[in-house]
Design a protein around this ligand. Sequence first.
Ligand code: NI
Length: 172
Amino acid sequence: MKRTILIHPDPRLKKVCAVVLDVSDAMRALADDMLETMYDAPGVGLAAPQIGVMERLVVLDCVKEDGDKPRPLVMFNPEIISSSDETNVYEEGCLSIPEQYAEVTRPKEVEVAWMDRDGNAQREVFDGLWATCAQHEIDHLDGKLFIDYLKPLKRQMITRKMQKLKREMARG
Ligand code: NI
């Protein structure tokens, strides 16, 4: 089932999410909903707080080329174990901040540990878009958005645009 994506500013996007203690059927169903919502948007990643669920769960799939096999990843309690000193600059966007993009500098490679859909421990080194996306999504679980990396003026400008967008959406 497709879920509604919260738009910034929203207090739920600024909170630290709770650790998932048990990968239950309900949590698996939630992950499936998030994948459906992400692909539909379309986007390359989605974190649970973006649909108002305050739990440490993200989904991602950074395979972007048409015709390449999709690789949906479901991560419960994802954690960055180590980061490279080398950095990368990507123009980032966010499904909770539609149509706003800005360059963000982050470590080029990260090793991430998480629990998969079956509750098994996983660990993998990501680079390129996957590394950026994993870091962006994990930030969401700590109430951090990509615009928090920008200079205050730019961040305020984007936030004002989003407030305007939300007023327009409320009016219908
Ligand atoms: Ni995002």
